[in-house]
Design a protein around this ligand. Structure first.
Ligand SMILES: Nc1nc2c(ncn2[C@@H]2O[C@H](COP(=O)(O)OP(=O)(O)OP(=O)(O)O)[C@@H](O)[C@H]2O)c(=O)[nH]1
Length: 513
């Protein structure tokens, strides 16, 4: 995720500097806290939030938990992580559903914040959870807003209630009220009311939103705010809190080059939880907001849980069970590898998913240069193999590889590299299936991911000295990510390894849970 890009880089670099130190002196702590403070201010985090954040970090970092820690630097990372989770809101909060359906959710925010798009995303998300949402077009300000809502409603596969020409047009309050009545009549269990925005905060707009709120008595009022808004976040959030009041916040455009200040300030300024994050223009670029996961992403500790959830959405249950069995019994074949890759492709934005891996910031270059066409090439290679070759990769000797390369229109090196990646993936999957910890941060074996030049060179040296069958038995290790707070392929300590919950989730994804 691009948002928090430079904040994230600066925080991880600051914390990485501590790694070389054994004990931390008071001046080490002060220096670190000063750099954190500057990084937060440059990211447009509101001053009062920065002050309380750095005060808390400083106090804890000078305390016993650090001086007595086995690894003081890592303890400081933990403290910064804890405090980030805190300012992002601590626990994640779910939507409050009405005891008596329909649950009414009202959206409010400035024009262009992404409300209409969000209405579609939320509707699709809720529909996926078995709800029957109805969208209500109460944004009658912008000429195109009703049509736009109808378009996103269509994409989300949900109905849209819009004013009939000549029937209530021009009165957004009436449309909202009628929309809710319609939902009751036709037994929709959730109503999402889209309201108008203005370019800046103005009294008429606030009044209209407040009137709609009074008319439909929503269970949730979600304040939609563009993460790119910078320092204006403070004034805008306060105005909406006074004008309509809201029960939760949705951050949009977190995929953009936002400095992240709004995200980090909003909870502290309003006391209201961030409930969802919007990360792109398509309806699937949407996720429930989890403070702990977001903090991990900012500190480049990875976000395995979100990654798994996204993969899970694209995963076919039966196929996952079959795959789990294949992995556990050593029967993981190139055929499975191909299927897995195709499912990953289905899971959507591949680069975004790669970015959620621990240490991903250190692999930024590799991820940015990741070319989806590589997946196509990998597919072509596997498809050029005979069924037997796909089942028993061990029989792939030199002459078979030459034939396959020719069939797929690639070089023998490409085939060799794919085989190395495959072997490594099989090995990793097996570790996970046995309940072990995979080497996530190095993550060489993602299907389709090319190795760095350096690793390719190592591979060549190995190849020169080995026979073809042996080559693939010892796959080359991927390059260590550079410059992350955990600049080793296998990180030590609490953050480098998958937690038990992560492991359990990964197990579930593999059908073992
Ligand atoms: N990159 C990115 N673009 C987004 C995101 N959410 C919305 N957009 C885009 O932002 C623009 C404005 O979004 P809308 O949903 O029309 O905003 P709105 O708040 O409904 O605007 P009004 O109806 O005028 O109040 C559109 O071009 C969207 O495609 C997001 O998460 N990421």
């Amino acid at each position: 995720m691009a948002a928090f890009g430079s904040l994230s880089t600066r925080l991880t670099e600051t914390l990485a500097k501590l790694r070389t130190k054994g004990k931390l002196s008071a001046s080490d702590v002060d220096g670190t806290v000063r750099e954190i403070r500057r990084a937060l201010l440059d990211a447009d985090v509101a001053l009062e939030v920065v002050k309380s954040f750095t005060a808390a970090v400083r106090e804890r970092a000078l305390g016993a938990e650090v001086s007595e820690a086995l690894n003081p630097a890592q303890q400081v990372v933990k403290i910064v992580n804890d405090e980030l989770v805190g300012i992002l809101g601590g626990e994640s909060r779910q939507l409050q559903l009405a005891k008596q359906p329909p649950t009414v959710i009202m959206l409010a925010g400035l024009q262009g914040a992404g409300k209409t798009t969000l209405a579609g995303k939320l509707a699709k998300h809720l529909r996926g959870k078995g709800h029957q949402p109805l969208l209500v077009a109460s944004d009658l300000q912008r000429p195109n807003a009703v049509t736009q809502l109808q378009v996103v409603g269509g994409q989300a596969g949900v109905q849209v209630y819009a004013p009939e020409p000549g029937n209530g047009i021009g009165d957004p309050v009436k449309v909202a009220r009628d929309g809710v009545a319609e939902a009751k009549r036709r037994q929709y269990d959730i109503v999402i009311v889209d309201t108008a925005g203005r370019l800046g905060v103005d009294a008429d707009m606030m009044q209209q939103a407040a009137d709609i709120r009074r008319a439909v008595q929503p269970d949730e009022v979600l304040f939609v705010i563009d993460a790119m808004i910078g320092q204006d976040a403070v004034a805008t959030a306060r105005a909406f809190q006074e004008g309509v009041d809201f029960t939760g916040v949705v951050l949009t455009k977190l995929d953009g080059d936002a400095r992240g200040g709004a995200a980090l300030s909003i909870r502290g300024l309003t006391g209201k939880p961030i409930m969802f994050a919007s990360t792109g223009e398509t309806l699937d670029d949407f996720e429930p907001f989890h403070p702990d996961r977001m903090a991990s992403r900012i500190l480049d500790l990875g976000d395995i849980l979100t990654l798994i959830e996204q993969a899970q959405k694209a995963f076919d249950e039966d196929e996952a069970h079959r795959l789990a069995e294949a992995i556990a019994t050593d029967g993981f074949t190139l055929e499975d590898f191909l299927k897995q890759m195709q499912q990953l492709r289905k899971a959507g934005n591949f680069k975004q998913m790669l970015g959620m891996l621990p240490g991903a910031k250190g692999m930024r270059e590799a991820i940015d240069s990741f070319d989806e066409r590589e997946l196509v090439r990998t597919e072509a290679i596997i498809q050029s193999m005979t069924p037997q070759e796909r089942k028993q990769s061990k029989i792939l000797n030199g002459s078979r590889r030459v034939r396959i390369a020719r069939g797929a229109g690639v070089t023998v090196t490409d085939v060799n590299q794919l085989m190395a990646r495959f072997e490594q993936a099989a090995k990793m999957m097996k570790t996970v299936a046995k309940g072990g910890v995979p080497q996530m941060p190095g993550m060489g074996p993602m299907p389709g991911m090319r190795q760095s030049k350096k690793v390719q060179k190592q591979g060549k040296q190995q190849r020169r000295s080995g026979n073809p069958a042996k080559r693939t038995a010892e796959p080359v290790q991927p390059a260590a990510p550079q410059g992350s707070a955990f600049g080793k392929p296998k990180a030590e300590g609490a953050f480098g390894e998958l937690s038990e919950t992560d492991q359990a989730a990964l197990q579930r994804m593999l059908g073992n849970g």
